[in-house]
Ligand binder design. Structure first.
Ligand SMILES: [Zn+2]
Length: 261
């Protein structure tokens, strides 16, 4: 079972979401589509911005919807909030949402409504649910909504992936430079006299190269540390690395043929 949105309804919800950054709320009209095994939402009316509790939506706004010829299809509550991940399940619904849906669906007593559909726009997409009210009990089924923001255009996910990669690369670059700096400082401290005539630019180059290896290697070191039950901090590990690297560099410089030492 799925919730199908008419293209115009999807567009309208997305346009509303683009119009305001706040939470919003509205009502929708739907029909049961037995053939498609789902609920087809064919209309959506935005009712409120910055507020999503029905009881706070003024009756004058709801009344015209109630007076429509197809008022019996007024079964859908649509809202946006900043929680959830777009994968159907109860984690997408707040405690207030739960109370509203189970105790006062569409602003009415549950036994009046019989069943209701709710759709929420989470930061990662739309999710829905259908709730059936019978003999004081509520049966909830969490449903996928289509079309949706993540499935709507495959390029979106690809672009998001590229962005994540870019951010990660920039973060690695920052870590490398920071580590190279601290390694170079470490190396320069107590620098034995025989290295004073070395090529500092070359040394810095080598250190940056080593820092790059270390940054790429860090996750494994961290895991190893954790596996040994040690409570080494990132900083401890880094200190060990720089100590190791500066002694390695000293060895490198002292073993180069062109350095008399
Ligand atoms: Zn909510």
């Amino acid at each position: 079972m799925k919730i199908y949105l008419d293209q115009e309804v999807f567009n309208k919800i997305m346009a509303f979401a683009a119009f305001t950054r706040d939470e919003f709320s509205g009502f929708g009209f739907c029909e049961v589509d037995k053939e498609a095994d789902g609920i087809f939402v064919y209309d959506f009316e935005p009712l409120d911005i910055g507020n999503y509790v029905f009881t706070k939506i003024s009756p004058e706004k709801i009344l015209p919807l109630m007076s429509r010829e197809d008022a019996r299809n007024l079964k859908v509550w649509v809202h946006r909030h900043p929680m959830g991940n777009g994968i159907p399940g109860r984690h997408n619904w707040s405690g207030t949402d739960e109370d509203t849906i189970t105790q006062e669906p569409l602003g009415s007593p549950p036994h009046f409504v019989l069943w209701s559909v709710s759709i929420v726009l989470t930061p990662k997409g739309l999710v829905g649910r259908i709730d059936k009210y019978k003999d004081g009990k509520v049966i909830t089924k969490h449903l996928e909504v289509t079309p949706n923001i993540d499935s709507y255009h495959p390029t979106f996910a690809a672009l998001e992936g590229e962005r994540t990669k870019r951010l990660r690369a920039a973060e690695d670059e920052r870590k490398i430079l920071e580590l190279a700096d601290s390694m170079f400082d470490d190396f320069m401290d107590d620098l034995p006299e025989e290295y004073w005539d070395m090529d500092y630019a070359e040394a810095k180059g080598i250190i940056e190269h080593q820092a790059k290896d270390l940054v790429n290697f860090q996750p494994e070191l961290m895991t190893e540390g954790a596996a040994h039950g040690s409570h080494q901090t990132h900083r401890d590990i880094r200190r060990q690395q720089t100590e190791h690297q500066s002694s390695w560099l000293r060895w490198y410089w002292s073993n180069r043929g062109d350095h008399a030492g």
